[in-house]
Every structure is written in structure tokens, then in C-alpha cells.
Design a protein around this ligand. Structure first.
Ligand code: AAT
Length: 303
């Protein structure tokens, strides 16, 4: 719609664009905050795009949603209160709901249109909203976190869009301060943290801010998601002062939930348990996510 020039001018990834063949546009409207577009692609199923930026596709959404939810939740003993920032499609809720220890899931999404569109076009994700533990707050997460009670959450998951448009303030220091205030001692944050190929400056800035604020630990992890720019996406994991959290060696393996009703849907990407066959040991996606390429390691270590 916007023409080739605009595609190559996105400030988040200037000079490059990834294209998917559109079979049919299913929805296209301006909300109060952004342009919301849903189309049927020929290779990746249905696709959700906000302000020209791809947010998810049916074919690979599980990699992102499973990782951003289970990396933090499997790192702590028995998560009870969880907050999701953004995530209006419901996919992250669907994943959090697998954890039977969880009693309450607050979600603060700014755009009602994203929620409505997801319920209509992405029922496999929006199913997350149906769990009785979910409490939906439609509004700006910056304001929500300013008012959140101190020490309420075991985990906060920031599933927000890139820092252009309504998510601008979600990478700034006051926002992270409010997150750490809203977490319990030893509580964890998992923040969508862009691509190590494209955004090392932005990642460094966020890590720098978080190292100052989160007195527990700060770690960077990543996963392959083919339709995100450069094909990977990162996650910043932080914990507040208190009981120490070893993100790399999770203490709450997801596999222990096998057989629980929440586990009816098989996980498609994430795993925590090392599997040993007679001659072969299969290591885990959780641990592997923290192994960084040398150039990233050097930059992160330099902070
Ligand atoms: N799970 C899909 C992936 C997303 S969706 C990000 C959501 O964050 C959007 O629904 C958007 O409306 C919401 N959002 C943006 N700003 C705010 C805000 N200030 N408060 C609350 N919600 C907000 C992310 C995909 C990552 C793409 C990586 N390139």
C-alpha cells in the first residue's frame, strides 16, 4: 500500500524489507493509535501488521510467544501474579495459561482494535483471553505501571511493538523503574529486545538502563523467528534484588506440567528438559537461547 520507497525507509531497519505474497487483505483500518492490517499470505498463513510492521504470522507465532512467556516463568519457582504489557493478540496469554501455579494474569494493551481483530482473525491466539485468570486493561502501559501496586507481580512480560509510535516510552528509564517497583523481590522481567543483527545500539541502551535498575541479574537471550526483521528476536531477562534467579538453568521445567489440562496443546518450540537417548543427549532451547555469538558477547560484556 505504502509504495516501495516507504518500505525501505523504516527507521528500525533502513535499506531492507522482507516481503510476503498477499493472497487477500482481510482487514485494514486506522485505530486511534495505528494502522491495523490483517492479510492472508500464501506462505505464512494470516499476518498481523501494525503501522507497516509485521507483528505475527500464523506459521511462526509460536516461537516468539512460547519463548517470551516460558523463559521467565520457568526461571522462577511458582509464578502466581503475572502482567503482560501489549500482547493484545492473546498469544502470550495462551502460553502463560499453561502454568497451573498462575492465579492472576493482568494484561495492559493500548489498542482495543488489536484485541477485536485477533478475536476475529486469530482465534488460535485470542483463546488466551478466555482463561478466567485473565484481567484485561485497555490503556497505555506507561500509565498502568505508574499506578501499579508495589511488589505485586512475580513476572512482567513486555510483548510490545517496536519503539516507534505508541511503544516509544516502553524503552525508557522511568518505565523500567516502574516495572522493577511493581515486581516482588526476586521477580522477573522479560522484555522483547529486538534483533542482535540490526539493533545493537538499542539493545545496549536497554541493557545499560536495566543493569542500573535491576539489582538481581540481567541476561540476553534470542530465538529464530523467520518473519521478524533479520529472522531473529531477542529477549532481555532481568530480576530484582531478592532471591537470586539463575535464568540460564531454569528451576521450573515446563515438562512437569505434561498431562495437566493446560498442556492439551503441545509446545511447538520451547523446551526445558534435557533429553537423553542411548547415544544422544538433546540439549534445551531454554539454555541454548542464552548462548550468544561472539560479536554480541563482546558488546554486551563491554557494558
Ligand atoms: N504478540 C505479538 C507481538 C507484538 S504485539 C505488540 C502490542 O503492543 C500491540 O498490540 C500494540 O498495540 C501494543 N502496544 C504498543 N504500545 C503500547 C503501550 N504503550 N501500552 C500498551 N500496549 C502497547 C510485538 C511484536 C514485536 C515485533 C518485533 N519487531
Amino acid at each position: 500500500k505504502s509504495g516501495k520507497q516507504v518500505y525501505f525507509n523504516n527507521p528500525m531497519w533502513p535499506g531492507e524489507a522482507h516481503s510476503l505474497k498477499v493472497e487477500k487483505v482481510l482487514f485494514q483500518e486506522m485505530s486511534k493509535y495505528q494502522e491495523v492490517l490483517v492479510f492472508e499470505s500464501s506462505a505464512y498463513g494470516r499476518v498481523l501488521v501494525l503501522d507497516g510492521i509485521l507483528q505475527l504470522t500464523e506459521k511462526d507465532e509460536f516461537a516468539y510467544q512460547e519463548m517470551i512467556a516460558h523463559l521467565p516463568l520457568c526461571s522462577i519457582e511458582s509464578p502466581k501474579h503475572v502482567l503482560v504489557v501489549g500482547g493484545g493478540d492473546g498469544g502470550v496469554l495462551r502460553e502463560i495459561c499453561r502454568h497451573s501455579s498462575v492465579e492472576l494474569i493482568d494484561i495492559c494493551e493500548i489498542d482495543q482494535m488489536v484485541i477485536d481483530v485477533s478475536k476475529k482473525f486469530f482465534p488460535e491466539l485470542a483463546i488466551g483471553f478466555e482463561d478466567p485468570r485473565v484481567r484485561l486493561h485497555v490503556g497505555d502501559a506507561v500509565k498502568f505501571l505508574k499506578q501499579a501496586p508495589e511488589g505485586k507481580y512475580d513476572a512482567i512480560i513486555v510483548d510490545s511493538s517496536d519503539p516507534v509510535g505508541p511503544a516509544q516510552e516502553l524503552v525508557e528509564k522511568p518505565f523500567f523503574k516502574n516495572i522493577s517497583r511493581a515486581l516482588k523481590p526476586g521477580g522477573v522481567l522479560c522484555n522483547m529486545a529486538e534483533s542482535m543483527w540490526l539493533h545493537t545500539h538499542l539493545i545496549n541502551d536497554i541493557i545499560h538502563i536495566c543493569r542500573e535498575i535491576f539489582k538481581g541479574s540481567v541476561h540476553y537471550a534470542w530465538a529464530s523467528v523467520p518473519t521478524y526483521p533479520s529472522g531473529v528476536i531477542g529477549f532481555l531477562l532481568c530480576s530484582t534484588e531478592g532471591p537470586s534467579v539463575d535464568f540460564v538453568h531454569p528451576i521450573n521445567p515446563i515438562e512437569k506440567l505434561r498431562g495437566a489440562p493446560e498442556f492439551r496443546r503441545e509446545l511447538k518450540f520451547y523446551n526445558t528438559e534435557v533429553v537423553v537417548y542411548s547415544v544422544l543427549t538433546l540439549h534445551t532451547i531454554h539454555e541454548a537461547a542464552f548462548a550468544l555469538p561472539s560479536f554480541v558477547k563482546r558488546e554486551v560484556a563491554a557494558l
